[in-house]
Write a protein that binds this ligand. Structure first.
Ligand code: BTN
Length: 263
């Protein structure tokens, strides 16, 4: 990666007047940018502290999964936020990030993005991004901080994706392009800040629903290792999935330990 290298100066320059909210820190290989950001937050890092790395040895995903994080072909980004919100509202933090990533990808690539509930981003049916947010809670049910972690496959990994994700994982660009990663990072951070500053309005909700890939499709709901066939009717304003099971029963499902598969 010669023409597409992450640099703090370029990201800050592209962030323009939004740059002062962020404290951008770029590392080479780390275990996990979320772990590093969490350590820094515990040690008093301010809101807006950003960890970016060229690769991760222990990238983490939702529900205890690993996140494949090879060198140079992806973006591994974590940002420390300190929202004055009840922890029930944390879903909106991850959701605003999903919409921010979609808008950033669309603006640099002109490709259409879809969101698979809760926070996987797809292009042409392949997952190109996953989001993991982790919170440390105070006693009053509000977070002391939230680590918002975003992993994006920008290019095809040098040795391709491992077998377990080879069929499902995708990437945005075939060829290396100048400053794509810097542009993506700056745009993602800018959109996150916009939606975060206007959290109460939830302006990202419509954008999220518009891109929901499951709506109107038959899906499999996976809960405690059990699978249920259902039809996805859409999402409500709390981002619960409205489903109709095969026996005709309708239900609203919240994220937590539940995941879905598109049939
Ligand atoms: C998922 O697909 O389940 C979520 C993946 C989240 C991966 C990102 S990469 C940056 C940050 N650091 C991590 O260890 N995980 C998140």
């Amino acid at each position: 990666m010669n023409i597409d290298k992450l640099t703090k100066e370029t990201i800050l320059q592209k962030l323009n007047d939004k740059a002062s909210f962020f404290d951008v820190n770029i590392f080479d290989t780390v275990t996990s940018t979320n772990t590093l950001a969490k350590e820094e937050a515990i040690n008093g890092a301010r809101e807006g502290y950003v960890v970016l790395a060229t690769s991760q040895t222990q990238g983490r995903g939702r529900i205890g999964r690993k996140f494949f994080s090879p060198s140079d072909t992806g973006i591994y980004l974590s940002v420390v936020l300190k929202p004055d919100e009840e922890c029930e509202n944390m879903i909106f933090i991850t959701t605003l990030a999903a919409v921010s990533v979609c808008e950033a990808i669309e603006s640099v690539s002109q490709k259409k993005t879809d969101i698979k509930w809760v926070n996987d981003i797809f292009i042409d049916g392949k997952k190109v991004c996953g989001i993991l947010s982790e919170a440390k809670l105070k006693n009053n049910n509000k977070p002391e901080f939230v680590i918002l972690g975003i992993g994006i496959n920008v290019y095809k990994p040098e040795d391709d994706f491992p077998d377990d994700i080879a069929k499902t994982a995708g990437y945005i660009f075939e060829q290396e392009e100048k400053d794509v990663k810097n542009n993506l990072c700056a745009k993602i951070l800018e959109r996150i800040l916009f939606y975060y500053n206007n959290l109460k309005e939830k302006a990202f909700l419509d954008e999220y629903k518009k891109r929901s890939i499951a709506t109107g499709k038959n899906i499999t709901v996976i809960k405690s290792n059990k699978k249920y066939s259902a039809y996805c009717m859409g999402l409500d304003d709390d981002l619960r999935l409205r489903v109709r099971y095969e026996n005709g029963n309708e239900d609203y499902i919240s994220s937590g330990e539940i995941s879905i598969r598109l049939n």
